[in-house]
Design a protein around this ligand. Sequence first.
Ligand code: PEP
Length: 263
Amino acid sequence: GGAMDTRRRACEAARTSLDRRKSMSNVAPSSPEKLAAGNWKMNGTSADLSILETIIRDLAPEAGAGALICPPATLLSAAAHLSKATPLRIGAQNCHEAATGAHTGDISAEMLRDAGATHVIVGHSERRTDHGETDDAVRAKAEAAQRAGLTAIVCVGETEDEREAGRQIEVVTSQLAGSLPDGATADRTIIAYEPVWAIGTGKAATPADIAEIHGAIRSALSTRFGAQGSAMSLLYGGSVKPANAAEIFAVENVDGALIGGAS
Ligand code: PEP
């Protein structure tokens, strides 16, 4: 419907501006990967899978930015099947920290991988809020992702109150320190900065706000993980849409976006 359409256009705008930026610079192999990721949240049934065919058709073969869609778990297998042998990758939105066991209703990272996922979002603010996920819990999930061979997209972001109190850098760097396992590597770790007040509100952070936080994140990552930290992709998320995608991607240390999108 309209929401899916808006989401597809946001993804396209994101990828186009990322491609353009990449073609202007000479990217070294150790540079962070560029990525446009869509988070469908608790939206989508099998009838919505046809949008993936449109996305795949529109993906330029030489695209500088990767494309990832994170549908609900019920659609992972079908989505992975549809995108097989295409550049589109499929991710999950959450995982349990254990590989198997008595955890009714939960899904392990190994199961997500078996269903065809290559990525999993961990610590999204909606899970931190709705399910009380702490930094420790998020770190355990990121470890589980690595154990299963998935790339973890680790989300951090301050609330409106924390920003108003001028605590955004302290909050985000503390979440980052607590949510990342030791030994995290660039090929298995992506950071998504998603200020809580910008998610689904239509009120994106300004380029200056994003530059400040992404700079602080990059510096914390490089300090803790060295070259691996310098090569991790940093996504911005929170009300990214076609109208603001280009200016957000022009910000230093922004390697892509996580787009929930008008759903
Ligand atoms: C998200 O939930 O990851 C997100 C960025 O949402 P939105 O784009 O809707 O603000």
